[in-house]
Design a binder for this molecule. Structure first.
Ligand SMILES: [Zn+2]
Length: 330
């Protein structure tokens, strides 16, 4: 495994260390896991209300939450919480008992574990990076720094057109367009938002339309029950979908653009539904689309959820609260 820092993330760690040179400090790593390569794209500081002492510090959780959300929304693919770092006095580059507790907590929150790094100034700046997995186990991993080492997809900032579309969708719903029949949100905007949220909920089994069984009455009842909320919501937004039952799927076709089709089916052998577009099936749950769209719109107003915190991603508010409680050294 290797850890790659963006220039910006690495400088953030250096800057934070330099600023609090007399005391402990630390921070949070945000980025992406991609197999054996983990990319730390952003590193955020622990906040103005953190407690800094020589061998102790505590995060300003409110600030960290706030800033994580602010920063994460700037990226095309929502950032994940990868881990944390903190400074140790002198040359002490192992974890204390309290650190073990914190690291174990972090590691248990993702199947692939977390990163925990230590900074020492002895007297040069020195960074030691560990991969932590649960049950608690440490492995020292090499790290490198450089934007050019990070694949473009992990550096890509949020699409400005997407933000502009949201802005205009939002504005027209505030000011009124004078044409109530006009769709409140663009279908393409909706799809973009959904696609952005998809990769972590894709059904990985080999499901394709040929092998799907025909719908039974029970399947149909389940699908109708599950999709009711979203189909109603599309109606509320004046998105005109024609809903029809096919042999294997329930199909919703956009009447403004008949090529745009959403299909719903039951996951074989399960009591949940899935939906299909772009030739792939994804797990579905009641109100999924409504939730995603509303979150996206809401996030343009208040920012809170675009991190994907609510649904598919590793981090949610509670998670951050719980794992950032305290870091102590003794
Ligand atoms: Zn420590």
């Amino acid at each position: 495994m290797q850890v790659i820092f963006s220039q910006r993330a690495f400088v953030s760690v250096l800057a934070e260390t330099a600023e609090k040179i007399q005391t402990e400090t630390g921070g949070i790593f945000l980025g992406y896991r991609n197999g054996e390569s983990w990319y730390i794209v952003e590193a955020i500081d622990p906040g103005p209300k953190s407690t800094f002492q020589v061998a102790y510090f505590e995060y300003d959780t409110k600030y960290v939450n706030h800033l994580s959300l602010k920063i994460a929304r700037l990226y095309n693919k929502p950032l994940e919480l990868l881990g944390l770092w903190h400074r140790h006095p002198g040359s002490f580059d192992q974890f204390s008992g309290t650190d073990d507790g914190t690291n174990a907590q972090y590691a248990s929150l993702n199947a692939n574990g977390a990163i925990s790094a230590l900074v020492n100034i002895d007297p040069e700046f020195r960074l030691t990076v560990f991969h932590v997995t649960a049950p608690l186990s440490y492995r020292r991993v090499p790290y490198r720094v450089g934007d050019d080492l990070i694949p473009e997809q992990f550096r890509k900032l949020c699409d400005t057109q997407r933000l502009l579309d949201y802005t205009s969708a939002k504005t027209s719903s505030i000011w009124g367009t004078g044409k109530p029949q006009k769709p409140k949100y663009k279908y393409d905007v909706m799809l973009n938002e959904i696609i952005k949220n998809l990769d972590l909920i894709e059904i990985t089994n080999n499901i394709n339309e040929e092998t799907l069984p025909d719908l039974t009455d029970e399947d149909i009842a389940l699908i109708l029950e599950q999709t009711e909320k979203d189909l109603e919501y599309f109606g509320e937004c004046y998105m005109d979908f024609k809903v029809s039952l096919q042999e294997k799927v329930l199909q919703a076709q956009n009447q403004d653009n008949p090529r745009q089709i959403l299909q719903f089916a039951r996951v074989p052998g399960d009591t949940v539904c899935m939906f299909k577009f772009a030739e792939r099936f994804y797990y579905y749950k009641s109100g999924l689309f409504k939730g995603i769209i509303e979150d996206a719109i809401e996030s343009m107003k208040k920012i809170p959820k675009i991190f994907g915190f609510t649904r598919h991603f590793v981090i949610d508010k509670e998670f951050v609260e719980c794992c950032l409680k305290k870091i102590k050294n003794n």
